[in-house]
Design a binder for this molecule. Structure first.
Ligand code: HEC
Ligand code: HEC
Length: 295
């Protein structure tokens, strides 16, 4: 009897210590945990005590912006969160920026954290293979408006564009000097598996329909992933490497449990589903830039 009691006491003590070990962190550890799973991974490459290490930083809350620019930054943040509400003339489907760039892109990517945008202001202008020319951050934002949101480009000088750029600059503030920003972009899944759309349909039925609907048309609380209200065929999301990578890291939402193979299969199935065709809008005339300012 005494032995059993001793065993229970020791087991409880061991479990408690293990829990504390997992859940209590030093301040330094906290910094990289706030940075997200990808951040953690890269952070560990460097010496956490080395203050010049590019990853020794915390994400910055938009609400902490200085008074003088706070309104603009919060406006940009809210456009990310509720794009359709704030830019109804330009957003063309039932998706907001936040559906792919979780938390307005203010994360370090990785499992469950969507596509990061922390640091983007530092990497643009940059050469775009898709556009076959050097593009600015504004051009890149408009690519998502025209393709991911199947909508129209924001006029260059509009207050909405101004607010989005200010917001992205604010969340990038700590890392503009970093030599590399490894959490940006969706890294393709490493696998030799040949994606199988037939197997993908089964994954879709089992893991996606519940939230995204029978045909991927979207439901309350989950955006469309197929059909006329989804992103168009010119979107990055409509390419196998990006879609499979996004799904593997983020879906099912909150519980990304698919294997790499399942993610590749379901992505190859979704690539085939109907969606709007991307039509490149004709260049906005300079005169429109001034007059088209919304609000
Ligand atoms: C628990 C509900 C849920 C399940 C299950 C789920 N998703 Fe999602 N999905 C969401 C939500 C919610 C978002 C938007 C996230 C946000 O706005 O923060 C989303 C976003 C997406 C997006 C990007 C936005 C868009 O509209 O294209 C894709 C692609 C996607 N899901 C694919 C899938 C696939 C594939 C599966 C099945 C493997 C799946 N999801 C399962 C809830 C879910
Ligand atoms: C359907 C998903 C989706 C939606 C919605 C979406 N994006 Fe994106 N966005 C992407 C993908 C995919 C990329 C490319 C990631 C990569 O390069 O690997 C991207 C890239 C970007 C980039 C460049 C990031 C980089 O690393 O170069 C910016 C800036 C951006 N998006 C802004 C926005 C804004 C602003 C909105 C809302 C108007 C938006 N996006 C809506 C999927 C989306």
């Amino acid at each position: 009897m005494g032995k059993i009691l001793l065993f229970i006491v020791l087991a409880t003590a061991a479990a408690t210590s293990y829990w504390l070990y997992l859940n209590l962190h030093t301040k330094e550890e906290y910094v990289h945990i706030a940075g997200g799973i990808t951040g953690e991974r890269y952070y560990q490459f460097g010496d956490p005590k080395d203050k010049t290490h590019p990853l020794n930083f915390d994400l910055i809350d938009p609400e902490c912006a200085p008074e003088a620019i706070l309104t603009k930054i919060l406006y940009g943040y809210h456009i990310m969160l509720d794009t359709r509400e704030h830019t109804p003339k330009y957003a063309g489907n039932s998706i907001d920026c936040n559906c792919c760039h979780f938390n307005g892109g203010n994360t370090l990517g990785g499992k469950n954290r969507g596509i990061s945008l922390v640091g983007v202001t530092a990497i643009y202008p940059m050469f775009s293979k898709r556009d076959n020319k050097q593009i600015s951050l504004k051009d890149r934002i408009n690519n998502c408006f025209m393709r991911s949101l199947n909508g129209k480009p924001l006029p260059e000088g509009s207050i909405e564009m101004d607010a989005l750029v200010a917001y992205l600059a604010w969340i990038s503030y700590e890392v503009v000097d970093a030599p590399s920003l490894p959490w940006l972009g969706l890294d393709p899944i490493e696998s030799t598996h040949v994606p199988d759309p037939v197997a993908g349909e089964k994954v879709f039925q089992m893991h996606c329909v519940l939230c995204h609907g029978e045909k991927g048309e979207g439901r309350k609380g989950a955006p469309p992933i197929c059909g006329s209200n989804s992103y168009n065929d010119g979107a990055g999301m409509n390419t196998l490497p990006m879609l499979s990578s996004f799904i593997w890291q983020n879906m099912p939402h909150g519980q990304p449990i698919l294997t790499k193979e399942e993610a590749l299969d379901v992505a190859s199935y979704l690539i085939k589903c109907p969606r709007p065709h991307f039509v490149k809008p004709t260049e906005i005339k300079p005169a429109d830039k001034k007059t088209e300012v919304n609000k």
